[in-house]
Design a protein. Structure first.
Length: 229
């Protein structure tokens, strides 16, 4: 396997959050299912893969059309967001194996690192604050060189805007950034921004296509091995 980047060229690593750092995708889907149940629809779990990596408003717009819901999109977003915020404040959050080790290896090499999440700022702040609870290297705003959320840009993933903003926040040209993503829209966004993307699918995105990704690997630990870190 040929390594996709020249390590001396690399300046920063940009991490997606949901499904890559923290296993929040099942919680996201639980919120969607609860919202739809409140409106009389039993949503199958098989729909989960179609939701990952896209803004919640896009997913709700699709649900509104599919199930012909007579509710404004704005109201749908607000109601579903209340459900999700309650869940991420109260349910256990699992960090994916290998994240802290990958992050430490990034720092040891003098590389900058950022979180680039399509989620709204409030959701990102709650998840990251819980992630860093009790850690001596927190808070997240001090740990990362940049945190970009869906509220910071006009066009979310799969458009390149959010990763371009991430490059700006870490002060690196896009072609000197490595993006780690778990979803096809996220990887597409990073590649469109001119970055090298490594896809690390989770249980919901495993088996999907990641056009443009330099590699599709099973874990963050495998990504470190792939990079020779």
């Amino acid at each position: 396997m040929t390594r996709p980047i020249s390590l001396p060229k690399l300046k920063a690593v940009l991490f997606d959050m949901d499904g890559l750092i923290v296993d929040t995708e099942p919680i996201h889907f639980q919120a969607f299912r609860q919202y739809m149940k409140n409106h009389g629809v039993d949503m199958p779990e098989s729909m989960m893969a179609d939701f990952i990596g896209l803004p919640e408003a896009d997913n709700l717009r699709d649900l509104k059309a599919k199930y012909r819901l007579d509710t404004s999109l704005e109201q749908m977003v607000a109601e579903r967001r209340v459900i999700y915020l309650d869940l991420i404040r109260t349910l256990p959050l699992r960090v994916f194996p290998g994240f802290w080790e990958f992050s430490a290896a990034t720092r040891e090499r003098g590389l900058r690192q950022a979180v680039v999440s399509s989620a709204p700022q409030e959701q990102v702040e709650i998840v990251l604050s819980r992630l860093f609870e009790g850690r001596p290297d927190g808070p997240a705003a001090d740990y990362f060189d940049g945190i970009v959320t869906g509220d910071d840009i006009h066009h979310n993933k799969p458009a390149p805007d959010i990763y371009l903003e991430g490059a700006t926040r870490v002060g690196a040209a896009p072609d000197r950034c490595l993006a780690l993503e778990d979803s096809p829209p996220g990887a597409q966004s990073a590649v469109a921004a001119g970055m090298t993307a490594i896809a690390i699918p989770n249980e919901y995105t495993e088996g999907l296509d990641f056009p443009g990704a330099a590699a599709v690997l099973p874990s963050l630990d495998a990504a470190r091995d792939y990079l020779g870190w």
